[in-house]
Design a protein around this ligand. Structure first.
Ligand code: IPM
Ligand code: MG
Length: 352
């Protein structure tokens, strides 16, 4: 039976970049069954919820899910549980994709597009492994309550268990073994109990099963600083949900543009992966036809390789992306004037 890929275009520039994904899929002509469903604000408008039960079921039943982006000013005042972001968090949780792989790779052609000096970032190849289904994003209790005296009190809970830490740390160690064999584990063990547990559990797992990998613990704030000071010291960065959100945006910018960064969210072996460009819905440029589709196309490459069994097509696609950049294709985020469509054309040309 053909493998199945569910596309969730979503909001903002999501539909524009997913349109290029469709064109590239047509050009690749793989035996793949592709379907599409509403997601985020688009789903809220059409179905009254940011993701429907039907769409969640289709996602869990697919081999891979590739989304565009969710959110935008139009839905900013929707109740929290109806906001597009709530749909994304539910999808991550229900698909149980606990390990979010966010590579920050600096393409040779783009070393001077980075705000850092080219020699600091040329050849940069970092993999951030962000815990994605736990921590403060999901911890209970949470909420805003009114105090007797009239003020209010907002609460979030950062919580991790041994099992949650070990399963994501395993992903980081396994990846490191296939790369440069180094893991930096980032937390705030100097102030947070969950951070101290994180450090102790990563240390224990490392000692028991991954002693061959070089492990260093780093405080998350120092990690943020080191990322701009000397980014090439990093190979794999393992971190929690919230610090991973911050550090991956920072790492993305090292590469020249957040418009280039793909990501994969993986669960237990054999379960479908969720693939998403890191850039978000970019409402400021939505509808203008100038969004960079490369993050979405590189996310497709990750899906082809990690969930769909088309490693060779993934290699071809990544080579075509590199060729498009070498040939000078640049959307405005990269300092050029190419349209989304022209960027897609350049990649498709590279596939031939
Ligand atoms: C990301 C985004 C999301 C997150 C938002 C849209 C909920 O910033 O994927 O990094 O915070 O995880
Ligand atoms: Mg983010």
């Amino acid at each position: 039976m053909a493998k199945t890929l569910l596309l969730l275009p979503g909001d903002g520039i999501g539909p524009e970049v997913i349109a290029e994904v469709r064109r590239v899929l047509d050009a690749l002509a793989l035996p793949l069954s592709v379907s599409e469903a509403p997601f985020g604000g688009a789903a809220l408008d059409a179905e009254g919820v940011p993701i429907s039960d039907t769409t969640v079921r289709a996602a869990i039943a697919a081999d891979a899910v590739l989304m565009g982006a969710v959110g935008g000013p139009k839905w900013a005042s929707a109740p929290r549980d109806k906001r597009p972001e709530a749909g994304l968090l539910r999808l991550r949780k229900d698909m149980a994709v606990f390990a979010n792989l966010r590579p920050a790779l600096c393409f040779a052609a783009l070393a001077d597009a980075s705000p850092l000096k080219p020699d600091l970032v040329a050849g940069l190849d970092i993999m951030i492994v962000r815990e994605l289904t736990g921590g403060v994003y999901f911890g209970e209790p949470r909420g805003i309550e009114t105090l007797p005296g009239g003020g209010r009190r907002g609460v979030d809970t950062q919580v991790y268990t041994t099992a949650e830490i070990h399963r994501v740390a395993r992903v980081a160690f396994e990846l490191a073994r296939k790369r440069n064999n180094r893991v930096h584990s980032a937390e705030k063990s100097n102030v947070m109990e969950s951070g101290l547990l994180w450090r102790e559990e990563v240390t224990a797992l490392h000692k028991a099963e991954y002693a061959d990998v070089k492990l260093e613990h780093i405080l998350a704030d120092n990690c943020a600083m080191q990322l701009v000071k000397a980014p090439k010291q990093f190979d794999v960065i393992l971190t929690d949900n919230l610090f991973g959100d911050l550090l991956s945006d920072e790492a993305a910018m090292l590469t020249g543009s957040i418009g280039l960064l793909p990501s994969a969210a993986l669960g237990e072996a054999g379960r479908p992966g969720l693939y998403e460009p890191v850039h978000g819905s970019a409402p400021d440029i939505a509808g203008k036809g100038i969004a960079n589709p490369l993050a979405a196309l590189l996310s497709l490459a990750m899906a082809l390789r990690l969930s769909l069994g088309f490693a060779e097509a993934a290699d071809r696609l990544e080579t075509a992306v590199r060729a498009a950049l070498d040939a000078g294709a640049r959307t405005p985020d990269l300092g050029g004037a190419s349209t989304t469509h022209a960027m897609g054309d350049a990649v498709i040309a590279g596939l031939r």
